[in-house]
Design a protein around this ligand. Structure first.
Ligand code: T1G
Length: 693
């Protein structure tokens, strides 16, 4: 199928790109575009060319799925050279998004018209790359480096209005963007041969250079582990120090090197993994979601209030229900305080705050849920309480309403069994704080209707969440793997590591926070209560809780938090306590390197992930990675635990787990059969096919 249609409007040729879903610049589109441009350029009846597009995007950029494969002609820079080198003016008619290579196509044109709703950006930095088809050389020549560099460094798109202000587009069309582009093209014809961006060195003044270097110095301080920020600085600097041709060559060399960088490979993997989750194996993509016009949330505690805010923030009316007036008053006060904090910070206007609060109706008694299309239970994490609530709701809510539990690890089929409508009951596990955290685990128990699952997925997206369908099982996916890491932390502390060493190994890997600091933030008593409920122990963690050191809320936990400090300090008393526990267990403490700590923390997580895949609790390894990226701050440029394991090599992971199992006698550390099989076959998790959960 042709991806570019050529039409004529008088002497103006109109090349319309049509390569669904987003006009990505794959090889076929590049070839068609080059062919059509050549035809129009050599047609004596044509005096100018407009490049337009069909669908929701002008062009969404290069085809990311082609990266890492042998490049196929024509390469994008060559197509852009043909556009810019045309003797006939070429005008871009931009509707939807012009991103990455898409904006670079527009930059190679001699003029640009944008629809009022268009968005334009160079997001390559978010993929661990830099613009690789002239963006770092043309954009500074068009709008100045001091404006171009921040746009490329943030990767954030700008509106058509902002683009006009920057000088990135020549016109914002009030009506039909193609018609406006044709008119502009005709005007350019009258003016004579067009001036390509490459000739506009006049924008690269000494003052512009000075302003750019200040921004570059700031960026290099914050670039951390990301080599592409440094490459971007080098590429934009080349616009000042090299000729246009040499600058393009320098940019291409930097871009090509980044393509091979593991951090960029991880970010490109994440890009597709976060889109793959929408495909739920075993559910036909034709299944439609049920209508959700009104919601109800049971429980106005931290989680329930946060979930109600998610609905209000998405413009969906929600009834927040408690058992008693005092409880619902407390809940509403907590919600009001959170919104007030956003207003104080300037991230929410008072009008928006009032609009959202008005969408939350406080109520007492489950009867208030009668008209809801979905009810999300966020009550006390105790099975009896949940069964009682679901049994009561079953008799109250209308047929077809969905009943969801926000349980973080309880058995969803047991909750569903308390109702006469198991086909409408599933888990929607939000992460705290619910109004902030992106991750939403949708627990699909056997017997739930497909359209109920599809409804929960669609609702999750409406709430701005990253919804991942998981199977029913203790801790589902995220918390189950977190528990593996928590057990590993306990083992390391007893064996000789100290809290600050364990945390430093993970923050050095790229996490924002280590396991000890995270426990102190969440409250050590939460894990303590859960262990006691399940008859489990953890000597160090239990001893810290028995001392009443619950973390930040008590001023000390694994670390000290003097005067309400948010960053912990080493606590000699905790370190003495840990040493005592080792002694009581007859363990001779030893030191661990950061690498040893890292593998002892992460390998067991990967092992648990392998078991989760074997048991069909996750559909694909990428889903597990998306969960850890969006629920637990796994660094995106590391790709997620399963992608990371593939980069290490599963054979290495298996050997390390076997050694740990032998050293500790902990059979849970024995490699999972799936892990062993993939390693033996020289494969990775990426070789697995998706399977229903
Ligand atoms: N390449 C390949 N596939 C892409 C794609 C791309 N650039 N963009 C989107 N898709 C697929 C996506 O995987 C999904 O597929 C479908 O399109 C709909 O996407 C040389 C080097 C454009 C704002 O980073 O930001 O150009 O799952 O679900 O929510 O210097 O897609 O349906 O099979 O996201 O409406 C730079 C990436 C590339 C933009 C639309 N460009 N895309 O959002 O739909 S590098 C980007 C987006 C580059 C040059 C450099 C968004 C969107 P499927 P979607 P959406």
């Amino acid at each position: 199928m042709e991806t570019v249609r050529l039409a004529r409007q008088g002497e103006i040729a109109i090349a319309t790109i049509d390569n669904p879903p987003v006009n990505a610049l794959g090889q076929a589109l590049r070839a068609d575009l080059a062919r059509v441009l050549s035809e129009a350029s050599t047609d004596p009846a044509v005096t100018a060319i407009v490049i337009a597009a069909a669908g929701k995007a002008f062009i969404a950029g290069a085809d990311i799925s082609e990266f890492g494969k042998p490049p196929l002609a024509p390469l994008l820079p060559d197509v852009l050279d043909a556009i810019e080198g045309s003797e006939k003016p070429v005008v871009a008619a931009i509707q939807g998004v012009a991103l990455g290579g898409g904006l670079e196509v527009a930059l190679a044109c001699h003029a640009r018209v944008a629809a009022a709703s268009a968005m334009l950006g160079l997001p390559e930095i978010k993929l661990g790359l830099i613009p690789g088809a002239g963006g770092t050389q043309r954009l500074p020549r068009l709008i100045g480096a001091a404006k171009a560099f921040p746009m490329m460094l943030s990767g954030e798109p700008v509106s058509a209005g902002k683009a006009l202000e920057l000088g990135l587009v020549d016109e914002v069309a009030g009506g039909d963007v193609v018609a406006a582009a044709v008119t502009l093209a005709q005007a350019l014809v009258a003016k004579g041969a067009p001036e390509p961006a490459r000739e506009r060195d006049d924008r690269l003044t000494a003052k512009d250079r000075e302003a750019f270097e200040v921004l570059a110095a700031e960026a290099s301080l914050k670039s951390g582990d990301m080599p592409n920020a440094m490459a971007l600085i080098e590429a934009v600097r080349a616009a000042f120090t090299l000729s246009f041709a040499e600058g393009l060559a320098a940019e291409r060399a930097l871009f090509t090197a980044l393509l091979a960088d593991p951090r960029s490979k991880a970010l490109r993997y994440v890009f597709f993994a976060e889109r793959e989750i929408a495909r739920v194996p075993g559910i036909d993509s034709a299944v439609k979601p049920r209508e959700i016009a009104r919601a109800a949330v049971i429980g106005a505690g931290t989680m329930g209030g946060g979930i109600a805010m998610c609905f209000a923030n998405a413009g969906i009316a929600v009834t927040l229900i408690e058992q008693e007036q005092a409880q619902i008053d407390n809940g509403m006060n907590r919600v009001a305080a959170i919104y007030e904090m956003s207003v104080t910070r300037g991230s929410l206007t008072p009008a928006k705050r009032d609009e959202r609060v008005a969408l939350i109706t406080p109520a007492v008694g489950l009867g208030a849920a009668a008209e809801a299309d979905i009810v999300i239970e966020a009550a006390f994490e105790e099975m009896g309480v949940k069964q009682q609530i679901f049994g009561a709701l079953d008799a109250i809510v209308k047929p077809g309403a969905i009943l969801a539990s926000n349980t973080s690890y309880l058995d969803v089929p047991t909750i569903a069994a308390a109702t006469t409508r198991p086909q409408d009951v599933l888990g929607m596990h939000f992460f705290s704080p619910a109004n902030v955290m992106k991750l939403l685990e949708i627990v699909r128990p056997a017997g739930v209707a497909d359209d109920a699952v599809v409804t929960a997925m669609a609702l999750g997206r409406r709430l701005g969440k990253v919804p991942v369908v998981v199977g029913n099982g203790f801790g589902f996916v995220g918390n189950r793997m977190l528990e593996a890491r928590t057990r590993a932390t306990e083992r390391l502390l007893v064996a000789g590591a100290l809290p600050h060493e364990v945390d430093a190994a993970l923050t050095g890997f790229g996490f924002k926070m280590g396991p000890c600091a995270m426990a102190d933030l969440a409250g050590n008593d939460i894990g303590w209560r859960s262990r006691k409920a399940r008859g489990k122990t953890a000597a160090v963690a239990d001893a810290i809780c028995e001392a009443g050191w619950f973390g930040q809320k008590t001023g000390r936990g694994y670390f000290l938090y003097p005067d309400g400090a948010r960053t912990g300090q080493r606590d000699p008393e905790v370190e003495a306590l840990i040493a005592r526990v080792s002694q009581e267990k007859g363990v001779t403490r030893r030191s661990f390197t950061a690498d040893e700590i890292l593998s002892r923390l992460l390998d067991p997580m990967v092992n648990e992930g392998a078991r989760i895949l074997e048991e069909g609790i996750a559909a694909r390894p990428g889903d597990i990675d998306v969960i850890w990226l969006n629920g637990y701050n796994w660094p995106a440029w590391r790709g997620g635990p399963m992608h990371w394991a593939d980069t290490i090599g599963l054979g290495v992971i298996v050997a390390r787990l076997e050694a740990q199992a032998a050293e500790t006698g902990d059979t849970a550390l024995e490699p999972a059969p799936l892990l062993r099989r993939l390693a033996a076959e020289g494969k990775g998790f990426a070789d697995l096919k998706a399977r229903p959960v």
